[in-house]
Design a protein around this ligand. Structure first.
Ligand code: ZN
Ligand code: ZN
Length: 362
């Protein structure tokens, strides 16, 4: 057990074969994305420091894959992988070798969990993973297989009883929500941009889970241009009471790299200060309450500078190496309208979720 968050070992999940994908030269997820992060970390010297260990992921096993995805969908991906013909979805093109590449990419979280469980490392960070738009029987949104769902299945098999999926990617984790919608052993908290105009157009406040899972699926969304102040307000109002109530024994975190103000695919207005704030809260919580059981996968992040700097920030924070948080000036400040909408959404989340969990609130 490691109860000291200032000295943690971190596995950097890495294999050059993560680059064997091909969504096309103009796709937001382009070849070179993961190598860039690796090279940036290497040049910064952080990979040579003692708390950081490079861990080669294993591909996801056939057995685990079949627990998370339908036979027909696996067959479809296998055929696309062999022939190179056909697409996973309109925004997720097929290519020769897509099966092998996806199994390795999804394997980073699985191998990271195994390394943590075996006490080889305190945390892992993967430059890929967080394929939260993949469903049991179909993929989409740049996601082939849902690595988070597979991770939860594995964690349950390893004996973990309450898994928190802390999804701060700017897009709603629609696939992940679907897997665990009626499961009170898995709490999903997704902070994302307003689904009215943001892909995947799902993840409304009122979608709180069903049956015994009611109250365990939490969606908080923000209007366009929402920045650090309102985001942190919503975080402070919602996340601590929910997470202290749930008492997770393992936390999977997707940071907010694509909610950064420089991201080209989304319209939120966060800086690294907030990305750091969120990750730091979960890191501290994990050491105080669940033996430091926190693993991080990247999720989205489509500005290369933000993506690689974010990766370094997370690894530094997890290991206690302390990287200076970049000083940034976002283009907007949160105005009254943004504050009003955010306050209203926070209140709606509380009204929908907190009574289900018998949580007191103002
Ligand atoms: Zn730690
Ligand atoms: Zn995203």
């Amino acid at each position: 057990m490691n109860d000291d968050p200032s000295h943690c070992s971190v596995g950097f999940m890495w294999d050059p074969k993560l680059e064997t994908f091909d969504f096309g030269a103009r796709h937001p997820v382009r070849v070179g994305r993961f190598q860039m992060v690796h090279d940036f970390l290497l040049e910064s010297g952080i990979l040579d420091t003692s708390p950081i260990e490079i861990i080669n992921p294993e591909p996801v096993s056939d057995e685990l894959l079949r627990k998370a995805h339908s036979k027909d969908y696996i067959q479809k991906v296998t055929e696309i992988s062999t022939t190179g013909k056909g697409d996973i979805d309109i925004d997720t093109p097929g290519f020769v070798g897509i099966l092998e590449n996806s199994l390795l990419a999804s394997g980073t979280i699985i191998s990271g969990i195994r390394a943590m469980h075996n006490r080889r490392i305190d945390h892992f960070y993967s430059p890929t993973g967080g394929f939260h738009h993949a469903f049991y029987d179909h993929g989409g949104g740049f996601c082939i297989f849902n690595d988070i769902a597979m991770a939860v299945i594995l964690l349950k098999e390893l004996g973990y009883e309450r898994v928190l999926i802390a999804d701060f990617d700017v897009h709603h984790g629609n696939g992940t929500q679907d897997y665990f919608y009626n499961d009170s052993a898995v709490m999903t908290i997704s902070f994302h941009e307003d689904p009215e105009w943001m892909y995947p157009h799902d993840g409304f406040v009122e979608d709180i889970g069903s049956d015994s899972g009611r109250g365990y699926n939490v969606n908080m969304h923000f209007p366009m241009d929402a920045g650090d102040d309102v985001y942190r307000y919503a975080f402070d109002e919602l996340v601590p009471p929910l997470v202290h109530f749930f008492k997770p024994d393992f936390i999977l975190l997707l940071p907010s790299f694509d909610a950064h103000y420089r991201d080209p695919l989304a319209h939120l207005n966060l800086t690294f200060k907030t990305i750091h704030y969120v990750a730091e809260w979960f890191h501290e919580f994990s050491h105080r309450n669940c033996n430091g059981c926190l693993g991080v996968v990247s999720g989205g992040g489509y500005n290369p500078e933000v993506f690689k700097t974010g990766a370094k920030l997370i690894i530094s924070l997890l290991s206690g190496l302390h990287m200076e948080i970049p000083d940034e000036e976002p283009p907007f400040r949160d105005d009254e309208e943004i504050w009003d909408i955010t306050r209203e959404n926070v209140k709606r989340v509380k009204d929908c979720v907190f009574p289900e969990l018998s949580l007191d609130y103002d």
